[in-house]
Design a protein around this ligand. Structure first.
Ligand SMILES: NC(=O)c1ccc[n+]([C@@H]2O[C@H](COP(=O)([O-])OP(=O)(O)OC[C@H]3O[C@@H](n4cnc5c(N)ncnc54)[C@H](O)[C@@H]3O)[C@@H](O)[C@H]2O)c1
Length: 333
């Protein structure tokens, strides 16, 4: 196969971000843009050159190798199973599904054909600042990391929360609240740097009446290697101050990832830190497609297998449990 013929299933808010990122995956052609809402399918088709289709079934007649599933969480399982059945390589947006039983069904369906790639498209895996920070840490720039901090306090963007009927406000459709949804992009980098999370303790709250799940999370995570991190994610009600996305503290210094995309190294040379890298979160989406393309066309292993993403779901769920029990909760049962 020379080029990858991709169908984009779900032409909503995130699809335009992916369409832009796909321009950096030079061997992938968008052949179909699929959405039951015709104007959304047509809009994405006009951006990508694909054909607008009303359903995955219709699009399959065009000849697809792979699909990108960019639909609300409660539709992930149905469309993933339909795609596997049709022999597609599949890139599925996070989280894999709304609950672990559904994730297991997806994983076992994917495992039936090992010649096909199944990617769980967690873009934080390819976040350039995180990759730069991890490299520095691996090189010993701040010594042994003993603690870290991840912070995300952001208002609801209109594109993702268009109105009070948004599926994100329904616990059934979304599978929870911000811990699972936005939180996964902050939990993944912590896991990439510090390893697996054993147990968590947290408080959760609801700042938005219309949202059934939590919109406030403050938590502590304990990792298998003995380190701890704080992880906070809040769907802001008002204006917010700029805080770093991440801070890693080691025995020799610190690394901070700012919201402006800088990676600052504090190693005692400059009290304001030295900017060692400047990246852009938006480039993480291109990373998704470059990795997927290389896995499908060149047989390269994915940076992270789909199963790995269960760590974000389990961590989010354990934090929510801890919010009720007021106890430390184990992530892996
Ligand atoms: N990685 C990120 O940064 C990020 C950001 C936002 C959303 N997401 C994820 O992307 C996914 C979609 O989120 P969104 O914000 O774009 O949602 P959205 O509601 O804006 O778009 C979803 C689209 O799916 C369409 N759809 C529904 N049923 C369909 C079907 N059977 N076939 C084809 N299309 C169908 C809807 O009509 C809608 O246009 C979710 O998994 C979400 O968590 C990821």
């Amino acid at each position: 196969m020379n080029d990858l013929r991709l169908g984009i299933v779900g032409c909503g808010a995130i699809s335009e971000w992916h369409a832009r990122a796909l321009k950096k995956a030079s061997r992938t052609n968008v052949v179909a843009c699929i959405d039951p809402v015709a104007e959304r399918a047509q809009h994405l088709a006009s951006l990508t050159g694909g054909a607008a289709c009303a359903s995955l079934k219709d699009a399959l007649t065009l000849g697809l190798d792979a699909v990108a599933l960019l639909v609300p969480h409660h539709l992930h399982e149905k469309l993933a199973l339909e795609s596997f059945e049709a022999g597609m390589h599949v890139a599925l947006e996070k989280p894999m599904s709304t609950d672990l039983a559904s994730c297991e069904r997806i994983l076992s369906a994917a495992a039936r054909d090992t010649t096909k790639v199944f990617m769980l498209a967690e873009n934080a895996q390819y976040w350039p600042e995180v990759i730069a920070a991890r490299l520095l840490i691996d090189q010993g720039a701040i010594g042994d990391v003993f603690t870290a901090r991840a912070w995300h306090h952001h208002g609801p963007p209109k594109e993702f929360y268009p109105d009070s009927d948004s599926w994100r406000f329904s616990a059934e459709a979304s599978g929870g609240g911000v811990a699972l949804d936005t939180g996964s992009h902050w939990i993944r980098p912590l896991r990439m740097v510090l390893g697996e999370i054993d147990e968590v303790v947290g408080i959760t709250g609801r700042l938005w009446d219309e949202m059934e799940g939590e919109s406030l999370v403050r938590s502590l995570l304990r990792f298998s290697n003995g380190t701890t991190a704080s992880f906070d994610v809040i769907l802001a009600k008002g204006a917010v101050a700029l805080q770093p996305h991440f801070q890693f503290s080691g025995t020799k210094g610190e690394i901070v990832i700012t919201v402006m995309g800088e990676v600052l190294l504090f190693d005692g040379k400059d009290w304001q830190g030295t900017c060692v890298h400047r990246g852009n979160y938006m480039d993480s989406y291109a990373g998704v497609w470059q990795d997927f393309e290389a896995a499908v066309l060149d047989g390269k292993p994915l940076e992270a297998d789909a199963q790995y993403s269960l760590g974000e779901i389990r961590t989010a769920q354990a934090i929510v449990r801890s919010g009720s029990t007021r106890q430390w909760e184990r992530v892996w049962g």
